[in-house]
Design a protein. Structure first.
Length: 143
C-alpha cells in the first residue's frame, strides 16, 4: 500500500511538472518579447530626449525603465523555472539576471547623466534580451 501511494505521488508530481513545461516556456517567450518591445520604446524615447530634452519623453523613458525592471525580473524567474522543471540550460536565466541587474545600473547612470555608462549599458541590455528571446524561440528548446 505504501508503494502505491508513493508511485501515485510521483506520477502526480511528474504530470504537474510536465504540464508546467509549455507554460513556463510560453512565459519566457512572452516576457522576452515584451522586454524587446519595451527596449524599442526606450530607444524611441531616448532619441527624443537627446536632441530636444522634452519632459514628456523623460517621463516616458523613466516609466519604461521601471517597466524594464519588472519585465527582466519576471523573465529571470521564468527562465529559472524553465531550467529547473526541464533540466534545461541555466545560461538564459543567468543572462536575464545580469540584464535585470544592469537595468538598475542603467537607471542610476541615466538619472545622473553618465551617458558614457548609460549608452554602452543600453547595448549590453539589448544584446542580453535579444539573446534570451532568440533562444526561447529556437528549435532546440523543448516545451
Amino acid at each position: 500500500m505504501t508503494h502505491s501511494t508513493q508511485t501515485g505521488g510521483t506520477t502526480n508530481r511528474a504530470s504537474r511538472s510536465a504540464g508546467a513545461g509549455p507554460a513556463t516556456l510560453r512565459a519566457v517567450q512572452v516576457l522576452a518579447v515584451l522586454s524587446v518591445l519595451n527596449l524599442v520604446c526606450q530607444y524611441v524615447t531616448a532619441g527624443q530626449l537627446l536632441p530636444r530634452g522634452g519632459h514628456t519623453a523623460l517621463g516616458l523613458h523613466a516609466t519604461g525603465a521601471i517597466v524594464m525592471h519588472v519585465l527582466t525580473g519576471l523573465l529571470t524567474v521564468a527562465a529559472a523555472l524553465y531550467a529547473r522543471t526541464h533540466r534545461g540550460p541555466w545560461w538564459p536565466a543567468v543572462v536575464a539576471a545580469v540584464v535585470f541587474v544592469l537595468s538598475f545600473v542603467q537607471a542610476y547612470a541615466g538619472d545622473h547623466g553618465i551617458l558614457s555608462v548609460h549608452v554602452p549599458g543600453a547595448l549590453l541590455v539589448t544584446v542580453g534580451i535579444v539573446w534570451v528571446t532568440a533562444w526561447s524561440f529556437s528549435r532546440g528548446v523543448r516545451p
